[in-house]
Structures are given as C-alpha cells and as structure tokens.
Design a protein around this ligand. Structure first.
Ligand SMILES: [Fe+2]
Length: 261
C-alpha cells in the first residue's frame, strides 16, 4: 500500500525528489526503496521519451517516402509535375496570410504536398486519357481525395490535416466531393487547399487548355467565390502573391470548369 502511494506520487505528481522522499517517509516507505523506485520511474520515463522520439523519426521517414511516391505519381503525367509541391507552398502562404500559427502553416504545407497521394489509385489508362472521361472514369478520379485520407490515416502526426485532405474538393455551395459538404462544414484547411490547388492548376498548361496568367487566375478565383471557393482564402492568396493589376475585380475571366454551375 505504502509503496503504491509512493509510486503514485513519483509517477504522477511531478514532485521534486525531496518532496517525494518526504511523502514516502510519511507513508512509511524506506529511503532505499524510494530511491530504487525513483530510478525505475526515471528509466521508464527515459525509455518512453526515446520511444516517442523513435516513433516521430519513423513518421518523418515515412512522410519522406510518401513525398517520393508522389513524385513518381506525378511523373506519370507530364502536366502534373511539381503540382503537389506548388500546392504545399501556396497553402502555406495562404495560411500565413490568414494569420494561422507557425505550426498550422507548416501543417498546411505538408497537407498541400500530400493532398493528391490518392491519385495512386487512379489507373494510368485514366490518368493519361486526356480526352473526355466517361462517368465511371470520372468517379474513379473523384475517389482520389478519400483514398488520400485512407492512405495517410495511420500517421498520427497528420491527424490534424486529414479532414482538409479528404475535403479539398468540397465546394461551399455543396456541389463538391466526396461528402458534398457545405459552407462551414468544410474545414478551413480544405478551403485553403482548394484555392491553392485551383490556382496552380489554372496557371499551368492542361491537355485541353493553356495556362492562364497569374492575374487571370486570381480574377477567376474571385469570380468563382463564394459558391466555389471561400472568399477569405482567395483574398489571402491575392494578398500573399501581391500581383499588380488585380484592382479591377469586375474585369473577370470567362467561366472555366472550376466554377460551380
Ligand atoms: Fe485533388
């Protein structure tokens, strides 16, 4: 009983050694026993700390492996090279502009880098089919955000960004996927990813169209908000990029496939 009380005091209270010794003496445990218990608890703490560090290191290595896999996935299609890295950089910029904490900004960079890893599950025959996709093929492509979520779910350190990754193709008006979420039900991180993702896609060549200029792309994002994109995230990107020529909001681009109907 007395040993149990002493163990509890050492293990859970965070008290100084002298205090623990005093408590132990009061409850009738010998000083030698207390010192042995203290050493055992310290050893356990050290082991648990190093186990946590090892787990953290392992997750970092795993993420590096995932980054390399994404490079391979992107290399399957000449139009997608560097897309994830760009979305990570842009997401970090938007997050910073929105005033999010340093750690949240870092998480958003990571979310951008990993958001499309689910494209792994899209067959090459569909990825490389640059003509119009059939309904089934389109469904397969749309599944990628939920697949990204599933692939990354086991990594504890990504828990905070998983909802953003799953929902990066949701739209404020409820026409997105995979869950047709609306407005405030969509996590802020997903709104950030969506804007970064669309901007990078618009400013690079795609099989069926040429790249828009940065100014045209930002105007298009403004035009598609608030139904298609969160206006505060669009404005954060506009401010972060600070590209001259955006003053005339009404001089907008023609409708594109990113605008909700
Ligand atoms: Fe995506």
């Amino acid at each position: 009983m007395a040993v149990g009380v002493a163990c509890y005091a050492i293990g859970h209270s965070g008290l100084a050694a002298s205090t623990v010794l005093l408590v132990a003496l009061v409850v009738g445990v010998g000083a030698g026993m207390v010192i042995r218990i203290q050493r055992a608890v310290s050893d356990l703490r050290r082991q648990s700390h190093s186990a946590r560090q090892t787990a953290g290191q392992a997750e970092k290595h795993y993420i590096e492996v995932l980054r390399r896999i994404i490079k391979v996935v992107e290399s399957r299609d000449r139009y997608w090279g560097g897309h994830s890295r760009n979305v990570g950089r842009l997401s970090g910029m938007i997050a910073r502009q929105l005033g999010l904490s340093d750690s949240r900004c870092e998480q958003m960079v990571l979310a951008g880098e990993l958001h499309d890893i689910g494209r792994l599950a899209v067959p090459e025959s569909i990825i490389l089919n640059h003509s119009r996709l059939g309904v089934e093929d389109f469904r397969c492509v749309q599944a990628h955000s939920a697949v990204s979520h599933e692939v990354l779910k086991p990594l504890e350190m990504l828990a905070g960004i998983l909802p953003a990754i799953r929902s990066h193709h949701e739209k404020p008006n409820g026409t997105g996927y995979p869950d047709a979420l609306k407005g405030d039900d969509i996590p802020l991180g997903a709104h950030i990813l969506a804007v970064a993702d669309a901007y990078d896609a618009m400013t690079h060549d795609r099989p069926h169209r040429q790249a828009m200029s940065p100014v045209m792309a930002l105007r298009e994002l403004r035009r598609c908000a608030p139904a298609g994109f969160a206006p505060d995230c669009v404005e954060a990107l506009v401010a972060a990029l600070s590209i001259p020529g955006l003053e005339d909001v009404h001089n907008v681009a023609p409708a594109c496939e990113l605008c909700p109907a």
